[in-house]
Ligand binder design. Structure first.
Ligand code: PEP
Ligand code: MN
Length: 364
């Protein structure tokens, strides 16, 4: 699966300062709303504007966007705000219309990325066209599906590509509308280090008071940019009202962002960093040695159980481990969740090892 994509740097199609920011309303509701919002964004450090023209709504009866009628409004905006404009496309016809009206950047929404037939139709429609395409993660937490969509668009010859992380649906209780599940976009970045990665904290949080924190976290993780839904009167928005912020709030948010450098030439800092990393290496080696010791004991207990004809899995013992270890961890200032996750893995491995012991001896 791992191969290098031929991708142009983000700055070649989305000029930006420290971080790229795409802002604008969830939906283009009226010409006045779109123009007024974008005019207020003009003087902020925004790299591009956004608006939904065709809105994928979960249930019918909600505002589904004006479609082609709203495309000339974008042209009106561009007469006074000299910024690239991005919209969502979900069908080949959307692409054709977007290009006809001079839309600069297209994005594929989360509900489209989930469907390879749909993505392939878009890829076929994009062949031979030099337009930037941003690909949102699929609604469900499936990295392969996200990669597949990126590959389909890339194979169609598109080189101005970015991924947008907008969170994933989840059955678990969460304060977020779409929990971020950061390990998925970070794994994408590991596989495709040159693929620009943007974060959409608006759709992750679903709640305007949480947007700043998630945006800052993305910046701390070295994301290349942000897409933030912005509306002149968010409470009156026709879609996603709770998560949109005013241009004024966006301005304050941009001021608050701490942009951390990925590296520095400062020799003293680098020496100290190297020193701490060496110590971390040593501790990791110890962790692995200790795990090896634990597994050797597991092997011993497996043999002992086998000799005495006792079953491998004993629920009381497992319950005791699962109860006490998080308590011990908490006393040492560690998160209970972390230790629970680690012990789930250790338990699976212990059972696997003991099963191996049973089978090995039985075969003798
Ligand atoms: C949007 O950006 O308005 C949108 C519909 O996003 P998503 O595809 O991430 O739900
Ligand atoms: Mn939205």
């Amino acid at each position: 699966m791992e191969f290098e994509l031929n991708i142009k740097p983000l700055a070649t199609w989305l000029p930006h300062e420290a971080t790229a920011i795409i802002a604008g309303p969830c939906s283009a509701e009226t010409e006045e709303q779109l123009v007024a919002t974008c005019l207020q964004l003009k003087n902020l450090k925004v790299s591009a504007l956004r608006a939904g023209i065709w809105k994928p709504r979960t249930r019918p009866g909600n505002f589904e966007g004006h479609g082609e009628v709203a495309l000339p409004w974008i042209q009106t905006v561009k007469q006074s705000v000299n910024l690239p404009f991005a919209i969502e496309v979900a069908t080949p016809q959307h692409i054709e219309l977007a290009l006809k009206y001079g839309v600069d950047i297209l994005w594929i929404g989360a509900r489209t990325t989930v469907n390879p037939f749909n993505v392939q139709d878009l890829a076929d429609a994009l062949r031979g066209i030099d337009v930037p395409v941003m690909i949102k993660n699929p609604v469900n937490p499936d990295l392969a599906l996200w990669i597949g969509a990126i590959e389909r668009i890339h194979k169609a010859g598109i080189t101005k590509i970015a991924a947008i992380h907008r969170g994933f649906s989840s059955l678990q209780e969460s304060k977020y509308r779409n929990p971020p599940t950061w390990q998925i976009p970070l794994e994408l970045k590991r596989i495709f280090p040159h693929l620009p990665l943007l974060c959409d904290p608006s759709h992750i949080t679903g709640e305007r008071t949480l947007v700043q924190r998630v945006a800052q976290k993305a910046l701390d993780l070295n994301y290349d940019g942000l897409m933030i839904e912005t509306h002149i009167t968010p409470d009156k928005a026709w879609s996603d009202a709770k998560q949109q912020v005013t241009p004024q709030a966006l301005a304050e948010m941009i001021e608050s962002f701490q942009i951390r450098r990925q590296s520095t030439d400062d020799a003293e800092f680098n020496n100290q960093l190297e020193h701490i990393r060496k110590k971390i290496d040593e501790v990791d080696r110890e962790i692995i040695e200790i795990l090896a010791n634990r597994m050797a004991l597991v092997e011993q207990i497996g043999e002992y159980k086998r000799e005495n004809n006792i079953s491998i899995f004993q629920i009381e013992r497992w319950n005791e481990i699962f109860r006490t270890r998080p308590q011990w961890a908490e006393k040492m200032g560690l998160s209970k969740d972390l230790i629970q996750e680690i012990y789930k893995l250790i338990h699976v491995e212990s059972i696997r090892k003991q099963t191996e012991v049973m089978n090995r001896v039985d075969a003798d």
